[in-house]
Design a protein around this ligand. Structure first.
Ligand SMILES: [Fe+2]
Ligand SMILES: [Fe+2]
Length: 250
């Protein structure tokens, strides 16, 4: 697979990320398109770091005019998730651009120097409706791994954008999880970054009880689809991590 271009990962959803061979932490920003050719509305999810900005933006430009981006979703505050927003918003150049996040994240994200207005998801019943009527739903997933972490569900494609949850750091990487070998590749990431099995399991069970999930689009690691989705949930629900390991991973 050629990772130099934007890659379609679902109907009107594109991976605009960066395969980082040096750190093995591949970052996955996603671009969601809605509307029709005359009236495209685009949403950029976890746009990424300042260092990866040119690679990400080149891929966005392959797919859409940045002026069509009306919303950026920052699912938590980390620099690999959203430190490039101040330059991204300059390229987009819209006064009505909004940045959706939880207030626990907004408190921190604003220090990157963001000029656009924020859309605190918990003040909007954890949903946003695009111009076409398409609804994106959010869920608060505190401490997975950040106190302001959210995940985002696209009701149209039944795709769940999970940010660091279902992430992986690994020498061996594929954009699509094609066999069960991806399960073990998620282990060290969750063991190091998630606080405990109890917190992780609680968040995963809430996601499963709220939504029918056809596809997981994490901010690191691989896109997980079809029957692999259930396997991924069961695997992580059984994984000891963070404080459960009592320093064993240090
Ligand atoms: Fe993070
Ligand atoms: Fe991350």
């Amino acid at each position: 697979m050629d990772f130099h271009d934007a890659i379609k990962v679902a109907e009107n959803i594109y991976w605009v990320g960066y395969a980082d061979e040096k750190t093995h932490l591949h970052c996955n920003p996603y671009l969601l398109l809605d509307g029709n050719k005359e009236n495209i509305e685009a949403v950029l999810i976890d746009p990424g770091s300042l260092t990866d900005f040119p690679k990400m933006m080149r891929k966005v430009l392959e797919v859409v005019n940045p002026a069509n981006i009306s919303l950026i979703v920052a699912q938590h505050q980390d620099p690999d998730v959203c430190s490039n927003i101040p330059v991204v918003e300059d390229i987009i150049g819209r006064k009505d651009l909004r940045v959706a996040a939880h207030s626990n994240s907004i408190r921190l994200i604003r220090h990157y120097g963001i000029q656009s207005s924020f859309y605190p998801v918990e003040q909007h019943d954890y949903t946003i409706t695009l111009n076409s009527g398409r609804v994106l739903e959010f869920m608060f997933t505190p401490y997975l791994h950040s106190p302001g972490a959210i995940v985002t569900y696209d009701t149209q494609t039944k795709s769940l954008f999970t940010s660091d949850i279902f992430g992986a750091v690994s020498e061996c990487w594929n954009l699509l999880a094609t066999d069960e070998s991806f399960l073990a590749r998620m282990d060290s990431w969750h063991q190091l970054y998630m606080p405990s099995n109890r917190v992780l399991r609680h968040g995963l069970e809430r996601m499963q009880s709220h939504w029918q999930i056809d596809r997981i689009l994490p901010q690191h690691g691989s896109v997980i689809e079809g029957k692999m989705v259930g396997k991924a949930f069961e695997h992580l629900k059984g994984l000891a991590c963070g404080i459960d390991l009592d320093g064993e991973m240090a």
